[in-house]
Design a protein around this ligand. Structure first.
Ligand code: ADP
Ligand code: MG
Length: 692
């Protein structure tokens, strides 16, 4: 007898070691524990033999360890364990990196299961690199044909987790299911209890999948309810009406240093239309990197100012916020529109043609007075940093913001309970159906064409030292023409989270070697905000020729004079991310080249070549999807966290179903007043999102 809310310590027959594991996992209730779903399943009913081992396909083998040894390496921090595995049909090599404890756990003669995808190594032949493994004991054999593989947390082994989960799910018999029974019945969903049994103790892959879909359905449904509830509440509150001032619009367009493209005009005009209504706008502007989204934001903020109200313009990083403030200053000059920049290091106001630093008190006072364009990071979401008469919230590179922050935006309220219009901008191509699921009902404007006169960025995939030489030569030529260049370094080891080490090492290497006559500048996460600002400004003003940086330059940074980009260890990045990175160049009518330098021939060069062939973010995202699976399209990897815990982009059908059900439920009861359980669940999601 075990209930969903019971503390994990109630699980029957736990050993002292398992209790310690649970404590380390920080799961408190049985429900928390069982909410950790298997990532995949090993199908022990379908074992392959070494003689028939396919290359590159995930499989499971039952093998005996023939040899296992630690290899000598020159690099102290790296431990390589290499061995030979055999069954009656042949033998293969195996390598484990940085898992010194393997030698204590395994010895020759042991029988184990290994799962992974085999590769052909130039020296060691066919084999596995760091495969998952499990001893082939009587117990694993008896555990049934389909074994769940859980996401591993810390040093907990699969074996321990499986045992604990099994004990919990076998004993569980009380689960509260808040889903209306009619939905469960109509959509032919398993009950929650049944779904838990299906995912943790499946008898076939199909069963496991059926169970998983119930979790996806619930997750998307509650998320949708939360979004739509927020939307309904917002509609209830209403938004400030922004008058469309046609005369001003014409003047603004005529005063720009360039001609707006037709798509830019369409996006701006659609936004103006939305903002004339009292229904709060939810509009997404999608446009590839360099398509010119910032000017649309500026235009809309100016229009709001004409209505005597405020805008908050949010960027994902301090650097970008600062840059936006400078850009706005340029666009706004003739109209004297005040700009307030709020970053972690500065509070700065530009008003009446003059820029002044503010104290916290002065900033507060200025925000209260309103009728201003506030630019900053998500700190602007905090009520005290938000103009009191906020009418428009603009979120740039919205995929960079966590769901939590995004949700907070949809419920953002002014002190008088009026809800601002929301304009998000993204360079990440999201299919419309997914956008609806992730962001609720919204209007989408797409900018298809780039400003006229842009030459496509030429991209070249190169390898190693020889390739680098070529890139340096091109870089020096460009510098002679008065142009600038970026060098992007990946993080070299896990301890180098902020990239300071890799950037500084590269700077030292280049300074004495290949680029010794060139003015170099570095930028990485360990620098203070002020130092970063300084570096960006110096680079923008042409005080250096080459900026060596981490991927901090990935989002939005606009330096039209930079025409060359060299990306080191390019194979470590996703295609979409590389496309974002190279979008930092090609922002003028000059010829631009991006060099993707792969470490060695082992790197998957054909993947990188996709970027040589295409300059279209949508095409690239699709290729990435084919090559790397679903995660990257939504910027999951870029932002480091998924939007959903269970749902994957390929679950579109279940998502659509859950979306429909959510809209049906709310149609009859827009504020969920007659369904306390559902409302509580939806509010729970909203509140946890809010408070993060
Ligand atoms: P993104 O869509 O990636 O945010 P930006 O707004 O930073 O792009 O614009 C990229 C560059 O193109 C900027 O230097 C901007 O001034 C310029 N730009 C924007 N629109 C036009 C246009 N219609 N014609 C020429 N240049 C433009
Ligand atoms: Mg931008």
């Amino acid at each position: 007898m075990l209930a969903w809310q019971d503390p994990v310590t109630y699980i029957h027959g736990l050993t002292a070691q398992q209790r310690r594991v649970l404590k380390a996992l920080e799961v408190e209730s049985v429900g928390d524990l069982l909410s950790i779903l298997p990532r995949r399943y090993d199908d022990y009913s379908n074992l392959v033999k070494i003689s028939e081992l396919p290359i590159g396909e995930p499989v499971t083998l039952k093998v005996k360890i023939k040899t296992l040894n630690k290899m000598p390496t020159f690099r102290r921090r790296i431990v390589i364990i290499r061995g030979v595995l055999e069954d009656e049909t042949g033998s293969i090599s195996v390598t484990w990196f940085n898992q010194p404890w393997m030698l204590e756990q395994l010895k020759s003669g042991d029988e184990i299961y290994v799962s992974g995808a085999a590769r052909r190594h130039p020296r060691f032949g066919l084999g596995f690199s760091s495969p998952l493994w499990e001893p082939a004991t009587a117990e694993t054999l008896a555990s049934g044909n389909i074994a769940p593989v859980y996401p591993l947390i810390g040093q907990v082994t699969q074996k321990t987790l499986r045992k604990i989960m099994k004990a919990a799910v076998d004993d569980l018999n009380v689960v509260e299911d808040v889903m209306p029974p009619i939905v469960v019945e109509e959509k032919k969903l398993p009950s929650l209890l049944e779904a838990l049994r299906l995912v943790h103790r499946p008898s076939s892959q199909e069963d496991a999948e059926r169970g998983r879909r119930r979790f996806v359905f619930d997750e998307v449904l509650f998320y949708q309810l939360a979004l739509r509830l927020a939307r309904n509440l917002a509609d209830h509150g209403g938004a400030p009406q922004i008058k469309f001032d046609e005369k001003f619009a014409k003047k603004f367009v005529a005063g720009l240093p360039f001609e707006l493209t037709a798509d830019q005009k369409r996006a701006a005009w659609a936004t103006f239309q939305d903002m004339t209504l009292t229904r709060p706008m939810r509009r997404l502007v999608q446009g590839d990197v360099g398509s010119g989204k910032t000017v649309i934001a500026a235009f809309c903020a100016a229009m709001v100012y004409r209505s005597d109200l405020s805008t908050a313009f949010m960027a994902p990083t301090d650097i970008l916020a600062k840059q936006h403030a400078l850009t706005l200053q340029r666009f706004f000059k003739p109209y004297n529109i005040p700009i307030l920049l709020i970053t972690s290091s500065t509070r700065y106001v530009v008003e009446g043609g003059e820029g002044v630093k503010l104290t916290i008190k002065e900033e507060k006072e200025r925000l209260t007075r309103g009728r201003i364009v506030a630019v900053g990071t998500h700190a602007l979401l905090e009520r005290e940093q938000c103009p009191s008469d906020l009418a428009l919230a603009i979120v740039d590179e919205q995929h960079r913001f966590g769901v939590a922050q995004r949700e907070a935006l949809t419920v953002l309220e002014r002190p008088d309970a009026v809800v601002p219009h929301l304009l998000s901008m993204t360079a990440t191509p999201i299919p419309r159906s997914l956008a609806l699921t992730l962001m609720g009902d919204l209007e989408v404007s797409v900018i298809h064409t780039k400003p006229a006169g842009r030459l496509p960025i030429v991209t070249k995939t190169l390898v190693g030292e020889a390739g680098r030489e070529l890139a340096y030569r091109a870089m020096k030529d460009a510098i002679k023409r008065g142009e600038q260049a970026f060098i992007v370094c990946p993080l070299i080891d896990p301890s180098d989270k902020l990239g300071s080490k890799s950037v500084e090492e590269e700077l030292r290497r280049l300074r004495i070697g290949p680029l010794k006559d060139v003015k170099l500048l570095s930028l990485h996460g360990k620098m203070s905000a002020a130092e970063k600002d300084q570096a960006m400004n110096d680079f923008k003003e042409g005080k250096a020729d080459v900026l060596i940086a981490t991927t901090v330059v990935e989002v939005g940074v606009d330096i039209p004079n930079a025409t060359i980009m060299l990306i080191e260890s390019a194979e470590r990045f996703g295609l979409a991310q590389l496309h974002q990175l190279r979008g930092r160049i090609g922002r003028s009518d000059k010829r631009c080249t991006c060099f993707l330098v792969a470490t060695d021939d082992d790197a998957n060069l054909s993947r990188l070549k996709v970027l040589e062939r295409s300059n279209d973010g949508f095409v690239i995202a699709e290729e990435d999807l084919k090559i790397r699976g679903s995660g990257n399209v939504l910027g999951y990897e870029q932002s480091g966290r998924g939007i959903f815990k269970y749902a994957r982009p390929e679950d579109v059908a279940v998502m659509a179903q859950a979306r429909d059900v959510a809209s049906q439920i709310l149609q009859d009861d827009p504020l969920l007043q007659s369904n306390d359980k559902l409302r509580e669940s939806a509010e729970f999601i909203r509140n946890t999102a809010h408070g993060e």
